[in-house]
Write a protein of this length. Structure first.
Lengths: 327, 327
């Protein structure tokens, strides 16, 4: 199989690439070729015997998506996006990358389909930002999409396009509404949601972390490992069961910040918990108040998507995958 | 006030123009200027003392929307669209007019806003095609959007853009999900939904009409007069009460075809009913099976939008507005 990963240099893209190489295949079929694409050239993976093309391509530039589709990859993972905060600050950039880029890609596939019947699987990463307050808890699968950010709007629009292009038979699309990925590896970043990871990741390596919200804030999480698991399953599952409603809220772990901290205490002890410094931030608290507390994810669970059962597991996954299994 | 009507040559556009001239104003404010736009030049209205510009402009062509916004109209009615059937047959044309056209218009307003703080009211006609089967009856206001046509997809995307551009403060947008307009005046057309009007309009003038579906098909209707009423109310109402969920399912009349026919019998007698010829059409029956049977329209009703109470009224409105008050 030939797999194309757009957004391959990002955290999820890199982990997906690693996992595909480790597995050696997708479902029953061996992976022979990887095309890794991002706006910066992705690294060549070390231990893959097949062909790899690592390309710096911006699909939001007219004509670029066609080049990627010319080689007719069997599966396309479309992970590329401007994140929430940046899409809110730079209106034009957000719409260009998150909407136009997606549409150029989908149209390039459509034109290839019209040319020779090409019909790949397209796995698109959407987001829980497609819903907006007021929100019930848990949020049912058929809750209406009322995004309150430009990022969420762009993802909701892309979901609609994915469904329509799939319905017309141009490709087999499936949209994955990723929970907030926690614990994000690496350095603390400036994303407003960063503290959910920071308050666990930093104490696990003996560093202080700042908690800008109160302990009763409830949110919806998944580990990087599960996020990659969703994508793999979406790429290999039977799509007949999905029907016309092509985007799925993924299973995840709903937890309050207080419950996150209790899990940290159980896994890493009081010493770790003491490294969390409470420093309330009104702006972040206001933003977070509108975020999703958790989803039912009934359809996705029935369709075989899996996540951790609780935050202890999420922390253990981080220790296994990022800290060599010990703290 | 200066009002811009895009799609002014269509049935609803013409009736809206007439009504605005008859009323002489919008809410408390007099209408001094009308800019009437369509892909074919709209007719100059006869009895309007203010300034009228009638223009043939296609907003789906780059740079055209800017020309319309240059004069900074106070209210913009965006009614222009490729209809459902055509958008399904011509994929590119549907997306160009119904999506790109809308986005060019919204961006032209945004750029004007960034230039000088311009912030008009934007009234956008959406459609009940934003929902798709399986559908409950009645459909609640917060039912999720799962369009099953490219037209419905384009309208749902435009609703998302309307909400985001309004949230960012570029304009004051409101989206109106029009029920199927019945009785459409004029000749029978080829729209799959045309028979809902045909089976009433033609018998009322002594002509035969073909009914391609069974009597128990239930659908959601409003008169042309009420459709115009929604637009007028949307243009003049206080938008604070609408909040972030900017598109509203309008009130209407839910009726089966059998109930439509009974109303015809009450209003125009057995002679009219006998002009309906049953000629089942599998393709139309299949399409209609996925259409909306009716909406709760609770929010819109609370916000002051009004429709007929039953089909007898809808037929009487047609007789008053199109047949000089008698049959």
């Amino acid at each position: 199989m030939h797999l194309l990963i757009i957004g391959a240099a990002g955290m999820v893209g890199r982990k997906l690439t690693e996992r595909l190489i480790t597995d050696g295949g997708l479902g029953e079929r061996p992976v022979e070729r990887l095309t890794l694409v991002d706006v910066v050239k992705p690294d060549h993976p070390a231990d893959f015997s097949g062909r790899v093309d690592a390309l710096d391509v911006d699909i939001s530039q007219v004509g670029q998506a066609e080049k990627l589709i010319a080689s007719r990859p069997d599966v396309i993972f479309h992970l590329a996006a401007i994140v929430s905060g940046e899409a809110e600050l730079d209106f034009d950039k957000g719409y260009r990358i998150n909407l136009d880029g997606t549409r150029y890609l989908f149209d390039a596939i459509r034109h290839a389909h019209e040319e020779d019947g090409y019909k790949p699987r397209v796995v698109f990463t959407s987001s829980i930002a497609v819903v907006g307050a007021p929100l019930p808890f848990p949020i049912p699968d058929d809750f209406h999409l009322t995004p309150l950010t430009s990022y969420g709007t762009q993802k909701a629009i892309s979901e609609l396009l994915l469904a329509d292009y799939s319905r017309r038979g141009f490709f087999d699309g499936i949209g994955i509404r990723l929970p907030t990925v926690c614990i994000r590896p690496g350095k603390p970043n400036k994303a407003a949601s960063g503290f959910f990871s920071n308050i666990l990741r930093e104490p696990l390596i003996g560093q202080e972390a700042i908690l800008p919200v109160s302990d009763d804030v409830r949110h919806w999480h998944t580990s990087p490992r599960s996020a990659v698991g969703y994508l793999i399953h979406a790429a290999s599952m039977d799509l007949d069961a999905v029907g016309s409603r092509r985007s799925l809220s993924m299973p995840g772990v709903s937890a309050t910040v207080g419950e996150q901290i209790e899990a940290l205490r159980r896994v890493a002890g009081e010493k770790a918990v003491r490294l969390i410094r409470r420093q309330p931030d009104d702006m972040i608290m206001k933003m977070v108040a509108g975020w999703a507390p958790g989803f039912e994810a009934k359809r996705a669970t029935e369709l075989g998507f899996k996540a951790e059962k609780n935050f202890d597991e999420i922390i253990r996954v981080h220790i296994e995958d990022e800290l060599g299994g010990q703290i």
